[in-house]
Design a protein around this ligand. Structure first.
Ligand code: 0L1
Ligand code: MG
Length: 260
């Protein structure tokens, strides 16, 4: 199908996810797609999922590492939305064939007990609105061939959101220094990467505040009760059937995902 407008972009992206079939970037066909219109595609894509019976449960930040931002020539994170269909139970095996080319990345999640709204949201506001913090794994699965996209494409594609798992260790904001919280990513028990919370724009709480201010320009807020995935602490790795993926945090405990 040819993509020329918001409706056709939403249909194409939802279809690619449902059929687990990668596709060309939207901008290949819709040359004039800009960031603002891409967020409208994203908004309508989420609205279609909610119309289909899914429930909004969270908000996510993407492109939060300086390296990824330089690669995409941006200086701020992008964002997307999470529904209950994205959530996997801790310990539940993940079926790789249920996705196109899934990758996994360790993150720090904030669970809100108050709404977050901009403009003027600060890192202190984020901490004050947070009921607790936990470890998370995000599964990303770009609907674009070879994860190849321009910025408007990945915004329209809901920042590659595909799934997430929350850990079971609960901490309070202020229990420890999130910026220096260390994580080690292991694949089949072998360490493949290690980094700290500083990988998320220097400070995960500050990154959330910036994203909240960004969405306020579109009249959006993050509701009380939402789960916020604050961004990857290490590079994402591809999921493989038969492999296990562990995120071992210094204070936030461990999450393990086994793939079938
Ligand atoms: O969660 C993320 O940082 C992913 C954002 C989109 C970029 C990608 O798919 O690699
Ligand atoms: Mg992520």
């Amino acid at each position: 199908m040819t993509i020329t407008d918001v409706d056709s972009a939403v249909t194409a992206l939802l279809g690619a996810e449902r059929l687990r079939q990668d596709r060309d970037r939207v901008t290949e066909e819709w040359d004039g797609l800009d960031e603002q219109t891409a967020y409208e595609v994203q908004r309508r894509l989420i609205a279609a999922r909610l119309d289909g019976g899914e429930e909004l449960v969270g908000f996510k930040l993407g492109l939060t590492s300086r390296a990824k931002q330089e690669q995409m020539n941006v200086d701020a994170p992008i964002s997307g939305w999470l529904t209950d269909a994205h959530q996997r139970c801790n310990g539940e095996p993940v079926k790789v064939a249920g996705y196109i080319h899934p990758r996994i990345e360790p993150e720090i999640a904030f669970i809100l007990d108050k709404e977050l709204a901009g403009p003027g949201c600060t890192r202190e506001d984020v901490k004050n609105a947070t009921a607790h913090i936990t470890a998370a794994f995000e599964i990303i699965d770009s609907r674009y061939r070879d994860f190849s996209f321009a910025l408007p494409d990945v915004i329209a594609d809901n920042a590659s959101s595909a799934g997430f798992v929350l850990g079971s260790t609960i901490c309070q904001p202020g229990d420890f220094d999130l910026i220096n919280e260390e994580v080690t990513l292991l694949v089949d028990g072998q360490e493949v990467a290690t980094d700290t919370g500083a990988a998320v724009q220097g400070d995960p709480a500050q990154a959330v505040a910036e994203a909240v201010n960004q969405i306020s320009e579109r009249g959006q807020t993050v509701p009380a009760g939402a789960i916020i995935l604050t961004g990857a602490l290490t590079d994402a790795v591809f999921l493989q059937p038969g492999s296990s993926f562990t995120a071992r945090f210094a204070n936030l405990g461990e999450i393990k995902v086994s793939c079938v």
